[in-house]
Design a protein around this ligand. Structure first.
Ligand code: EPZ
Length: 417
């Protein structure tokens, strides 16, 4: 059990670069095995989830190692298509390896990803699309087994713009015979990042960022170099931390357009925000105004992953904020913990209502999940006294050296392993 020691009351000042994107890195790590190639990635964040993905690649016979933020993968030596339960269990988004393995090997065996703290997390859309493309998939005692199949290009219509389903179909379509068209595709920036990587691998992919992605063919390259773009959710988290604690922070290397909905609410809350094409500067006096209604939605709507950290930033904001979570059925688990700090948050169905309080006081908390844990750090920064946050490793799944990054901005945060 890790313990974050957070002493509030300190303003955040200074500039920092934002780590590489976890949610862009994971599908690209899976994509590296779609064809036999050497891949060199830059700006890959040092995270537990990345470690888990590299372990899966090594289990499948690939060479896969990370040195600092550089990752080298050699998938020419892939010699397996089965991922054991214990590796799948480490990270539920490992389901992204299914599309890549079927593209490369024509078959795959992996365990059904369980639900998680956020809800059931079904993969029915993934399976329906792959079956439509000809994958002979059976579900048997918690396992997904795709028997040898020759995939064909299809026109897939997604009922919901699932990020993972869009990614899995893109990967499977790389080696399918003929054109695949994904209608109702997710538009998150991570889809465009995956498209850029697949193009570097020799795939003909277009449309990422719109609701229609087309995969037309594949002329595999044997060496691929690629740089992971910054993490928009980590950027949003840092912006919320500065807004809550007060101060003057500049985030460098990040495209503000990728988290503009978050910045719009922080501006409405009273922060001064200056943006350029690759940076965001945020100034706050730490006394924010409530922002009324916030509703999470698929990109380009307000990102569900930023919902907990925006909530944390608004706990002392004067007035009422109501946040409605439309993506996951159980993404308010951070609320009872935030209330231990003295916050006034009540949940009714899919909506959390926040009434700003004058003061928050440090307390002992337990991290419930990745973004909920980050929200508790944000709240602790604006609380009086010390907050002890007990964490079984949720936060380090997605935030690289977050304690050091916050200390560099003037926060009093220490992570005790
Ligand atoms: C990705 O998860 C992200 N994870 C999540 O970030 C993010 O919250 C989510 O997209 C939404 O933006 C990674 O990229 C590794 P979805 P994913 O498929 O792909 C339902 C974080 O904090 N659904 O778009 O699993 C599903 O239950 C994580 O970094 C089906 O019903 O998200 C959920 O309610 C958390 N059937 C909704 O769609 C399916 O077949 C969104 O899921 C697939 C999804």
């Amino acid at each position: 059990m890790e313990c974050w020691h957070i002493r509030g009351g300190r303003r955040l000042n200074g500039a920092c670069f934002v780590q590489g994107s976890k949610n862009a890195s994971l599908p690209i790590l899976a994509a590296s095995l779609v064809c036999p190639a050497e891949t060199e990635l830059e700006n890959v964040p040092r995270l537990r989830d990345v470690d888990a993905a590299l372990r899966i690649l090594r289990h499948l016979g690939c060479k896969a190692e990370q040195r600092g933020t550089r990752v080298y993968i050699d998938s020419r030596v892939l010699d397996g298509s089965e991922i054991p339960h214990e590796l799948m269990e480490e990270m539920r988004s490992s389901v992204i390896f299914m599309g890549a393995l079927i593209a490369r090997c024509g078959q795959a065996r992996l365990s059904l990803p369980g639900g998680c703290q956020l809800g059931k997390r079904p993969i029915d859309q993934h399976l329906a699309a792959l079956r439509q493309m000809g994958a002979r998939i059976e579900e048997d005692r918690g396992e997904i087994c795709c028997r040898p199949s020759a995939l064909r290009g299809e026109e897939i219509r997604l009922p919901f713009p699932s990020v993972g389903a869009t990614e899995n179909i893109m990967l499977a379509a790389c080696t399918a015979g003929g054109r695949t068209v994904i209608r109702g595709a997710a538009k998150e920036p991570e889809i465009a990042a995956l498209q850029d990587y697949l193009r570097a691998m020799g795939a003909e992919v277009a449309g990422a960022g719109t609701d229609t992605v087309v995969v037309d063919g594949f002329h595999p390259q044997s060496r691929v170099g690629f740089r992971i773009r910054p993490d928009r959710i980590v950027a949003a988290t840092l912006a919320c931390a500065a807004a809550a604690a007060g101060g003057d922070v500049e985030l460098r290397g990040i495209d503000p357009g990728q988290f503009s909905t978050v910045l719009d609410f922080l501006n409405r809350a009273g922060c001064d925000i200056i943006t350029s094409d690759r940076s965001v500067r945020l100034r706050s006096d730490g006394r924010l105004k409530a922002v009324g209604e916030v509703v999470t939605a698929p990109y380009p709507g307000f990102p569900t992953d930023a919902q907990p950290v925006l909530m944390a930033a608004l706990l002392r904001a004067r007035g009422r904020t109501a946040i409605t979570e439309t993506i996951f059925e159980n993404r308010f688990r951070q609320v009872p913990e935030l209330c231990r700090l003295g916050a006034d948050v009540t949940v009714s169905g899919r909506t959390a209502e926040i009434w700003g309080v004058e003061r928050l006081k440090g307390a002992a908390l337990t991290a419930t999940d990745l973004r909920g844990g980050a929200a508790m750090i944000v709240a602790g920064l604006s609380a009086e006294g010390e907050t002890l946050l007990f964490d079984e490793g949720h936060i380090t799944r997605g935030y690289e050296r977050f304690d050091a990054r916050l200390r560099a901005l003037g926060a009093d945060v220490v992570l005790e392993y």
